[in-house]
Write a protein that binds this ligand. Structure first.
Ligand SMILES: [Fe+2]
Ligand SMILES: [Fe+2]
Length: 474
């Protein structure tokens, strides 16, 4: 197993101490990162002790330690999953060759662009979530928010390490830029749309961690297959941390639904106004938030038909999630079928080369994974005897990227006119009034174990501690 240096200024398992130049460059970037955290990270709470897990190694049996720490003292480190001996490239035109420890010159700009784009999402989400601490529905949730935030900070470190270690001066400049762009900034926004969306309520936070962090999971899974071994190793370890972010989303949405069902039963009503007056979020509103964040996250996979995606696959840069599950790792002359607008307000299907369709293949795997939560939530609703079912919209609905961008469809994905979309969109997507209502419920609860009225308590606490544990010392 790799050596772990926890005492170093930058904890790491990449023998940073043996590469003085790289170590100095990263130690130079570190104060800029801390300054960014101070200015753009969670607003206030800086001196507060938070019960956090910290990555301290990559051993599956004990990779994290738990304890109280003020967030600015979090030990952001560089941890790569252990190197696999004799690892071979598992797909594309270099299939079967040894993986690369350095980036081949001809693929340098592609790798750099992908690493920067991934790296950009990590601090972006911290910026989006910076005000949420003030309205946390419990100390348990406040702690989970901060856990997600510090780990997104560590994911930024993971990408910055690659930029510094493998991309020379260009990489160092990109690392600086990652701290200069800001979510929602008019002049220097973050690279991808979803990461510039405002996030001013906890329902959006749970949707984001369920749907958008799950996009992250699939991007990381694709990179985990990469022929560039340091990228594969670092993303493999990031996936370990990412799992908790999606857990926060899934259980968060589940608890919102559970609480609404309780009040529906108590008051024996499905009436939206009555439920809102009682201080819970009605299920149709939850569905609208789901529609918004799910469709926004679908765009992150890129266009259905993409020559960039084809060359990433051909060149071994980015594989499919769980590449080994697929039968053919070359996809030289295979095709897939996709739906496209027919240019006359309707829809037609088209065959494209599988390599060209890699984004769509990954997106459909993602959709399957998203549905797992819906099945679970719907079971709870059915058990409560309520006639309501959550459904994910079609991948053609409300797209801003790809072949369906700008086309109008209903949530089932059937093309409709712009006028019909306008007339119905308030039934499908959160209105200003819906968001204002959700925001009106957002009041902080600070007594250990207590929950805001719109959300049920979690089934268990963190790291075998009780729910009423003092997860943040305010
Ligand atoms: Fe992340
Ligand atoms: Fe995440």
């Amino acid at each position: 197993m790799s050596n772990i240096d926890l005492q170093a200024l930058i904890p790491n398992n990449v023998n940073l101490g043996e590469n003085r130049q790289l170590q100095r460059a990263l130690e130079h970037w570190q104060p800029a990162f801390l300054n960014w955290w101070d200015e753009m990270g969670p607003s206030d709470f800086k001196a507060k002790e938070v019960y956090l897990r910290t990555a301290v190694g990559v051993d599956a049996s004990g990779w994290a330690s738990y304890g109280y720490t003020p967030m600015p003292d979090y030990r952001w480190g560089i941890f790569l999953a252990d190197q696999q001996a004799n690892r071979k490239i598992g797909f594309g035109d270099h299939m079967g060759e040894d993986v690369w420890q350095e980036v081949p010159g001809e693929y340098r700009s592609s790798f750099r662009r992908l690493i920067v784009t991934q790296g950009d999402t990590e601090p972006a989400s911290v910026e989006q979530q910076r005000m949420l601490g003030h309205t946390a529905p419990s100390l348990y949730d406040l702690r989970n928010l901060f856990q997600v935030n510090v780990e997104e900070g560590r994911h930024l470190w993971a990408m910055v390490y690659l930029l510094h270690a493998h991309f020379g001066r260009d990489g160092r400049e990109e690392a600086e830029e990652l701290l200069m762009r800001h979510s929602g900034d008019a002049d220097k926004p973050r690279i991808l749309g979803t990461f510039n969306e405002p996030m001013d309520n906890w329902l959006s936070f749970f949707m984001f961690t369920y749907f958008t962090d799950r996009d992250g999971k699939f991007q990381l899974k694709s990179f985990a297959e990469s022929a560039f071994d340091p990228l594969a190793r670092t993303t493999r370890f990031m996936l370990t941390e990412e799992a908790h972010h999606m857990f926060v989303g899934e259980t968060g949405i589940g608890r919102v639904i559970r609480r609404t069902l309780e009040v529906m039963k108590e008051l024996d009503t499905q009436d939206v106004a009555t439920l809102r007056n009682a201080g819970v979020i009605d299920l149709p509103t939850v569905q609208k938030f789901m529609n918004f964040w799910f469709t926004s996250s679908l765009d992150l996979f890129g266009s259905e038909s993409s020559s960039n995606a084809a060359s990433y696959f051909a060149n071994g840069i980015k594989g499919r999630p769980d590449e080994s599950k697929f039968a053919d790792h070359l996809e030289l002359d295979s095709e897939i079928n996709i739906q496209v607008p027919d240019g006359k307000g309707g829809m037609t299907s088209e065959n494209i080369a599988t390599r060209i369709g890699m984004n769509e293949i990954t997106r459909l795997e993602y959709v399957k994974d998203c549905n797992i939560g819906l099945v679970r939530w719907n079971m709870g609703i059915k058990r409560a005897g309520v006639a309501f079912e959550f459904v994910l919209p079609s991948t053609r609905f409300r797209r801003s990227v790809g072949v369906w961008s700008g086309a109008h469809t209903n949530p089932q994905g059937h093309p409709i006119s712009a006028a019909e979309f306008e007339a119905k969109k308030d039934d499908w997507l959160p209105t200003a009034a819906d968001t204002a209502f959700v925001k009106s419920l957002m009041h902080r609860v600070t007594e250990p174990g207590k929950m805001a009225g719109w959300i049920a308590p979690p089934e268990r606490g963190i790291n075998a501690n009780p729910v009423q544990y003092e997860y943040v010392v305010l």
